[in-house]
Write a new protein. Structure first.
Length: 143
């Protein structure tokens, strides 16, 4: 996965500060790789909650992380979240984990609108598509 910065124009982004826990660290005092995934989940859930009732009944289908920098206990960590692509039943989210304002990880996840009763994907409503669309990035470096 290529670095997210520079290849996308981010017009609207959601930001979530993370409360780091000592338990997130490994024996060397670095934040454990698994914690990056948990931080991404926290940011993803905060982002989806901020969209209100338009986006609900979801299931995570895919997540990928590119680690860019070690993070140590005590650094200020923020998760930035926006939308790369809106499909018929899924949305691809891009996230950056920033530690002390330095890129620590790029994350790409696919979340599916899911009907749990029928156990199948369901199309986005117009309301959900509009809410997600407000955070859609534009690819390329020029307008």
């Amino acid at each position: 996965m290529a670095a997210l910065a520079g290849s996308h124009q981010i017009h609207h982004m959601h930001s979530t500060p993370i409360q780091m826990r000592f338990a997130d660290t490994d024996a060397l005092g670095h934040i454990n790789n698994v914690s990056y995934i948990a931080y991404a989940e926290t940011g993803r859930l905060a982002f989806l909650k901020a969209l209100g009732g338009a986006v609900r009944s979801l299931i995570l289908a895919h997540v990928a992380v590119d680690f860019r920098k070690q993070v140590v206990f005590g650094e200020d960590v923020v998760i930035e979240t926006w939308v790369e692509k809106i499909g018929a039943t899924s949305v691809t989210l891009l996230q950056r984990i920033m530690a002390n304002d330095i890129l620590a990880a790029d994350i790409r996840s696919v979340v599916v609108s899911f009907d749990y009763a029928a156990q199948r994907a369901q199309p986005w409503s117009d309301e959900a598509r509009a809410a997600l669309g407000a955070y859609l990035v534009k690819s390329g470096t020029s307008d």
